[in-house]
Design a binder for this molecule. Structure first.
Ligand code: BDP
Length: 716
């Protein structure tokens, strides 16, 4: 079991005989055109039922039997069965209907893609032991259910690298071109289709302009061909400066006629090869990249230029709200400067100025994929413009798949958050579904970053995040525990102990990571400058990109109030703003996000902030210590290959959690001079320091930052 089939293993189930008896043996595929999603659905059903219950489906001959498993679109079904009386299910785009009754199984989609989704759903039900009398009508909440890959075409070496990707080289690019063998691209599309994802942006948001060469466009068309049988569309990230970098123009000004013509030509050339392309993703005026602001145009001017080229093809322009400018911030660097303010400042006045096929893609929090952030206030400002939430499946700041961090509970909290726009219920999930502000284009974008590794993400357990992402993007009320149980059954089988252990570990993992890496809203305290991995709290302070903890000898946290701070709290609708404005009403898990407080400030628990820090870091790392032991109880209950792979990572995590704990505790002990009431921090009486041992072949090093090793020393 190397993980390649993820949750689509179609492994035999315990009650296979009983299930098989309930499933018709004839398969009717209503569109047998090779490469069509309905045809793919037929193949999946054959392969799946053979694996899961040992049933060999026979194709339908000339005379149709009374009982059959039928898959296709509603229209195809009505066409083929003009006399059948049938209550039409209420389906929207991509929705599906499954009915199992009287020995018949009907899997019907509103469109071809929906039929395929229905087939995967049916197989998942059978895999979970359920095949009798059921009726399911399922529609997606939002039309945009995309994933983003941050794949580079080249990385100096031969392999296409993936920015913030921890599962090996790119499955799309190789030696600056599109891979000749795109088998993995097809397998990826299959996984994504099974969880309702309808498009993949294949290249990094920090895009390479050479992707627009005719040869590479041909390659992109090959990727789209690999996706198409699964109903997955291809999207492309664009480099805003391509007219200059690639087109030989002297400007990339979105108002310049030659620039507009350049982009129309690019779009025409792409659509002539990929008529069903999903559209573009644009990162502009962000992290040193050029954008419309470079030419004194608004962000809307820039987004609209791309959107107009796409309109005749029905394509979408996803325009990222991750806009902030290092230089501006640097110049105005003062206690008022706050990167969290940037998105609303840049986009607020533009609401309603975007073309209808523009969707603003907004990271869940106002900073950058931290372990806990408040919901980005920009979601409450865009009422006349479609928006999509950007989540990160790749755990950039969250342990990079070397730590188990199950993210669905975090996403659920975000999606359930009520922004109270105009004092009316305004759950984030209702904003991104388009319901709250009557938007027709809106939804979800998840940064996934799979690679060539057979585990896809580098870790078997991390795949629950991808599965949960798709399911939550389809139905936001999906519960983190429920979807995890489903994923576990499909991925590891039906053993109750396996299901229980994976639930215990996964559900404990985000709180533990938050505890040992950075709590009370102070953020992960991770190295912020490069790797975004491991503890480096000092890197937060005094650098213009971060400067988020504002820690000194006496106090910590960022005052983001309206009255005294950076004003960020005031960007929320009044009820929410009022909550964050006061220390007393701010949820404590975000208290240092919004307020600057003395280490001796007493929390509701009766503990001071500094003691809470010490306790939480010890508590979180103690939880991580239990992970390998809990996992070991599964020995023999799952295959050895995955057992060992997971154990190796959990053992590593347990160790690294201690590194985190000690680094952060030492750092704040050193800054504040306030001792731990329980005498743990800085007290390593019982520890045997490696550098005090008799060493052969090792050297002693002084470690920077000092807090990352006990007494600032380590051996290598
Ligand atoms: C940051 C990542 C960087 C991305 C950037 C983005 O560190 O690699 O390019 O976000 O989202 O979190 O554009």
């Amino acid at each position: 079991e190397d993980g390649l089939n993820a949750w689509l293993r179609y492994a035999p189930v315990p009650n296979a005989d009983a299930l098989r008896a309930q499933i018709p043996t004839t398969l009717v595929v209503l569109n047998t055109t090779e490469g069509s999603p309905v045809n793919t659905a037929g193949k999946e059903l054959s392969q799946g039922l053979k694996g899961i219950v040992g049933l060999r489906l026979a194709p339908c001959g000339k005379s149709r039997p009374r009982q059959a498993l039928t898959v296709g679109t509603v229209a195809q079904f009505l066409d083929a069965n003009p006399t059948v009386r049938f209550d039409l299910p209420e389906l929207i785009n991509d929705g599906f209907y499954i009915s199992v009754s009287g020995g018949n199984v009907r899997i019907l989609g509103q469109n071809e893609r929906g039929a395929l989704y229905g087939a995967f759903h049916y197989l998942s039900l059978v895999s979970q032991g359920n095949a009798s009398d059921l009726v399911v009508t399922s529609n997606p909440e939002a039309p945009v259910r995309w994933v983003n890959q941050w794949d580079n075409m080249q990385d100096g070496g031969t392999h296409g690298s993936v920015e913030r990707g921890y599962g090996g080289p790119s499955i799309f690019f190789w030696q600056g071109r599109i891979r000749p063998d795109l088998t993995r691209a097809g397998q990826y599309a299959r996984l994504l289709a099974s969880i309702g994802i309808n498009a993949v942006v294949v290249n990094n948001v920090n895009a390479n302009a050479t992707l627009l060469s005719p040869e590479n466009m041909d390659g992109l068309a090959r990727i789209a061909n690999a996706f198409r049988p699964y109903g997955v569309q291809l999207g492309l990230s664009l480099n805003f400066a391509s007219p200059e970098l690639y087109g030989g123009l002297h400007t990339s000004d979105p108002f310049d006629k030659s620039v507009i013509a350049f982009w129309q030509n690019v779009t025409d050339n792409l659509y002539s090869r990929i008529p069903d392309m999903a559209g573009y993703l644009v990162k502009a005026n962000s992290e040193g990249q050029p954008g419309p602001l470079t030419y004194n145009r608004t962000l809307a001017d820039g987004a609209n230029m791309f959107a107009r080229t796409l309109q005749k093809y029905g394509g979408i322009c996803m325009f990222r709200a991750f806009v902030y400018d290092y230089r501006t911030l640097n110049q105005t660097l003062s206690w008022k400067a706050d990167r969290a303010n940037a998105a609303v400042e840049y986009f607020d006045k533009l609401d309603g100025k975007f073309e209808p096929n523009v969707v603003i893609q907004i990271k869940y929090g106002p900073i950058d994929f931290q372990v806990r952030e408040p919901v980005s206030p920009l979601f409450s400002h865009l009422q006349n413009t479609g928006s999509a939430i950007e989540l990160q499946i790749t755990q950039e700041y969250l342990g990079q798949q070397a730590h188990l961090v199950y993210l669905a509970p975090m996403w659920k909290e975000l999606l359930d958050f009520d922004l109270r726009v105009e004092s009316k219920p305004s759950k984030l999930s209702d904003i991104v579904s388009g319901k709250r502000f009557n938007q027709t284009l809106s939804g979800y974008a998840g940064v996934v970053n799979v690679g060539m590794n057979s585990t896809w993400l580098g870790s078997h357990l991390a795949m629950s995040n991808l599965y949960a992402y798709g399911k939550m993007a389809w139905t936001s009320s999906t519960t983190p525990e429920g979807v995890l149980g489903e994923w576990t059954k499909l991925t590891f089988g039906h053993d109750a102990q396996v299901i229980d252990v994976i639930k215990r570990l996964s559900m404990a993992s985000w709180p533990a990571y938050e505890d040992y890496s950075g709590n009370l809203g102070v953020q992960t305290l991770t190295d912020i400058l490069n790797a975004h991995y491991g503890p480096n709290p000092g890197s937060q302070d005094g650098n213009p990109w971060g400067q988020w903890t504002r820690a000194d000898a006496f106090s910590i946290g960022m005052d983001r109030t309206d009255k005294n701070g950076t004003g960020f709290a005031g960007q929320y609708p009044p009820e929410v703003a009022a909550m964050y404005e006061e220390v007393e009403t701010t949820p404590e898990n975000l208290i240092l996000w919004f307020h600057h407080l003395p280490y001796t400030h007493v929390l509701k628990s009766g503990k001071t902030i500094i003691q809470h820090f010490y306790d939480a870091h010890y508590r979180g790392s103690a939880v991580a210590q239990t992970f390998p032991e809990i996992w070991k109880t599964l020995k023999g209950k799952i295959d050895q290959e995955r057992f060992d792979h997971v154990l190796f990572r959990l053992v590593y995590q347990a160790g690294h959690a201690i590194v985190w704990r000690d680094s952060i505790c030492n750092f704040y002990f050193n800054k504040s001079g306030i001792p731990d009431e329980l005498g743990r921090v800085g007290n390593y009486r019982y520890r045997i320091e490696a550098e005090n041992m008799d060493l052969k072949g090792y050297k002693i090093y002084n470690v920077q930052p000092f807090e990352a090793a006990s007494k600032g020393r380590a051996i290598v």
